[in-house]
Structures are given as structure tokens and as C-alpha cells.
Design a protein around this ligand. Structure first.
Ligand code: MG
Length: 413
């Protein structure tokens, strides 16, 4: 399904302005990037979204567009983007964003840039119900929500009118996902009939269309008041957009890894079918205790290098019978958990596989994509090379395969 995101960065930030904060909230920076860009990177990393429309305020449009060009040059969003001018109301800005979507777009996720901490997992949760399920029609409107913690009362001036039953209430977030024709129809009706709403789902509700709720995220807070700004100074673990930072306080480090596996006949002990970067590749078998993924072993060592935590053999010993035939992505995921827990921000990985055989060019893009996924990095931050050693040495003699990996990161020491 061809789904684009519309990121609303057109708000006037009046609450912040009243509090003496000159920067509109969507242009506030977190880890050296504006909030709207963090949202765009999360969409890009999800692999679910094919392009982004940024909606900027008219007054700030040209500098904001320039800023996106610069950020895209630096970070490489890896997907097309457009920028359009917003309108007076939020819904006018959405309407302008929808109007800019290219032909062939089938679905859209509308998102407020002031919520920069949603995860790639949430993007996936929103997308799944839009797809046809077995024997069931797909949903056309899917929104994230979290339970309400406070008791909510409706009011009449200073007086309480009634207490609403909390169990029936939820707090709704963005992104909100829609089949595009439905949302366009809702916005057209809203314009012709003068509806004013605070989110897109409300319009769809008024059309009488069901809106599905999926699990939202407590971290997916909206930055609307000066108090919220304090959140920007804290790290927000588990929010999915690692590797986006350029924190000035951390120290750059490089981890390097190297690994070799021997080619063996497929009927010999511990012979494993060739896998590189988690992808099965037709070719000779390798001898290994685990699944023998030479590239993920080198990469795991590089990550351990950034952590100053020794090597893969210490962490996952060959002598451990429970690791027999183990998927190496599990090793890598375990080390990635440490990377995450220690607040290490991965910036980039460069990988090289050295083999005389098999030919790796046909598999290179898939390997690169999968490694980027495993590292939670946009694909543009991962490089994948393959080379031979010109017939020299053990790789040249087709006796085995080797891989080297380097990872750059920012971390506290
Ligand atoms: Mg190995």
C-alpha cells in the first residue's frame, strides 16, 4: 500500500509565544534536529511510509524548506518529500497537505510535528489494519490512543456539569492513519459545511465511518507548553528514533569487527547454509557453532567495540550448547539492547564481505536493508561492500569467507 505521511508543522505555537518562547514548537530542536525532522526520520525508518509532505507556516515557509533540503543532505531521508504552506486552522493545513500528495497514494498518516517521540512500531500498528485481512474488509481510519489517567469532568463555566465515566474515555494521539479517498471526502465535507474539528478522526466520525483505535504510546507526548520543553532535554529511551542525534555532549567512537568462517561440504559437522546479514545466500556451507553469519558476527564485534565490552566469543561462547545453530540476529539484538540501554547513539555502519565465491552483488541491497533494520538505522546510514582478494589467500582459494565491519557512534564515557 502506497502510504504517505503529512507532517503538520504549521502551528503558530501561541501558548509558547505567550510564555516568551520565540521559537515555534515545531522548530524547537531535539538532539540538534527540529522536532518535525525527528518525526520524518521515524516515518522513514518504519519502512511503511513512501513519502512525506511537510506543512509549514506561510511566514516561515522558505527558511523551513531550505532547512529540510539541508537536513535531507545530511541525514538522507531516503524517500521523496514535498513542502506546502499551511492554513489558518489545523484542518486547513491538513487539507493543503492532502492536496499535495502525488497520484497513486492510497493511504495517509496525518501527524502533528509537536509529537516527536512516537515509535516505528506504532507506525506499523497503524498500518496493519489498513491492509486487507483474511476475509475482512480493511479499516479506513485507524488512530492511536492511551487510557485516560485523570478523572475528566465536563464543565459549565466554573461549575462541574458532570463526571465522565473514565473507563469509556481515551486520549487520542497522532499519527492518525486513513484510506486517502475517505479522508479527502471528509475534508471536502468539512469545508463545504463549515465543520471545525481538532483532529482528522473527528471528521471521519461525522461521516459515520468507524474509526479503529490501536494502542498509543505514553512517550508520544505533545510539546505545547513551556513545561513540556523540559522533556526535550531528557533522553527518551524506547522511542524508536535512535541514530538521529547530534548531541554535542557525547564523544564519538568507532567500533571495528572482523570474522572468518571456513567453507565446508554440506554433510560435514556444523555445516551451515550461507547467511550474510541475516539473509540466506546461495553458496557453499560454512562451519560454525551458531548459524555462521560472518557479517553479523563482524558487526556484533564492532558494536561490542563501541561498548568496550570485549568480543562476541566472550559474550556468546562456542562451548554453550544452547547456542548451537543460533540465529546471529539474536546475538546482534542482545548487543543492540545494551547499545540502547547505555544511551549509545549509532551514527553509521560500513560493512565489507570478502569472498571469491559466491557472487554477492545480487544480494547486496537486501543485506544492506536488513542490516539497517537490525541496527534501527535509516538505510542511508549503512554501507555494504563486497570484494574479492584477487584469487590470493584463503578467500582466493575459495576455502572460506571473511567480513569486516566498522560502526561509528556517539556515547558518554
Ligand atoms: Mg563467527
Amino acid at each position: 500500500m502506497n502510504i504517505w505521511a503529512v507532517i503538520l508543522a504549521a502551528g503558530q505555537g501561541s501558548r509558547l509565544a505567550r510564555a516568551g518562547c520565540a521559537t515555534k514548537k515545531q522548530f524547537l530542536e531535539y538532539q540538534g534536529r527540529p522536532l518535525f525532522w525527528r518525526s520524518a526520520l521515524t516515518f522513514a525508518q518504519s519502512g511503511v511510509i513512501q513519502g512525506v509532505v511537510f506543512v509549514f507556516p506561510e511566514n516561515d515557509f522558505l527558511p523551513a524548506q531550505e532547512q529540510v533540503i539541508d537536513l535531507d543532505n545530511t541525514d538522507g531521508l531516503g524517500m521523496p518529500w514535498l513542502a506546502v504552506v499551511g492554513g489558518a486552522l489545523r484542518q486547513d493545513s491538513v487539507f493543503n497537505g492532502l492536496g499535495a500528495l502525488p497520484d497513486g497514494v492510497e493511504g495517509v498518516m496525518v501527524h502533528d510535528a509537536a509529537r516527536p517521540f512516537f515509535s516505528v512500531e506504532m507506525v506499523e500498528r497503524l498500518r496493519t489494519p489498513l491492509l486487507p485481512q483474511e476475509g475482512e474488509a480493511p479499516h479506513q481510519a485507524v488512530i492511536p490512543a492511551v487510557p485516560v489517567k485523570d478523572t475528566i469532568k465536563s464543565t459549565d463555566g466554573d461549575l462541574v456539569r458532570e463526571t465522565l465515566p473514565r473507563a469509556e474515555l481515551c486520549a487520542v494521539q497522532t499519527p492518525q492513519a486513513f484510506a486517502l479517498p475517505l479522508l479527502v471526502e471528509a475534508h471536502e465535507r468539512a469545508r463545504s459545511e463549515g465543520w471545525e474539528v481538532t483532529d482528522d478522526a473527528s471528521m471521519v466520525e461525522r461521516l459515520g465511518c468507524p474509526v479503529l483505535i490501536v494502542e498509543g504510546e505514553e512517550n508520544n507526548v505533545k510539546i505545547t507548553t513551556p513545561e513540556d520543553l523540559a522533556l526535550l532535554d531528557q533522553s527518551m529511551p524506547g522511542t524508536g528514533a535512535s541514530g538521529t542525534g547530534a548531541s554535542g555532549m557525547k564523544t564519538p567512537c568507532v567500533g571495528w569487527g572482523y570474522d572468518v568462517h571456513k567453507y565446508v561440504p554440506e554433510d560435514s559437522p556444523k555445516a551451515r547454509p550461507l547467511k550474510l546479514g541475516g539473509i540466506s545466500v546461495p553458496g557453499p556451507c560454512v562451519q560454525a557453532h551458531s548459524d555462521g553469519d560472518v557479517l553479523l558476527h563482524a558487526l556484533t564485534d564492532a558494536l561490542l567495540g563501541c561498548l568496550c565490552q570485549g568480543d562476541i566469543g566472550q559474550r556468546f561462547p562456542d562451548s554453550d550448547p544452547t547456542l548451537d545453530g543460533m540465529n546471529s540476529a539474536i546475538f546482534l539484538n542482545e548487543v543492540m539492547q545494551d547499545i540502547h540501554d547505555k544511551g549509545v547513539e549509532l551514527a553509521h555502519a560500513d560493512l565489507t564481505v570478502i569472498a571469491q565465491t559466491p557472487k554477492l552483488a545480487p544480494h547486496r541491497d537486501l543485506i544492506r536493508k536488513n542490516v539497517a533494520r537490525l541496527l534501527h538505522l535509516p538505510i542511508e546510514r549503512v554501507n555494504m561492500k563486497a570484494t574479492t582478494e584477487e584469487g590470493l589467500g584463503f578467500t582466493g582459494a575459495k576455502e572460506g569467507i571473511k567480513a569486516v565491519a566498522s560502526v561509528t557512534a556517539l556515547r558518554d564515557f
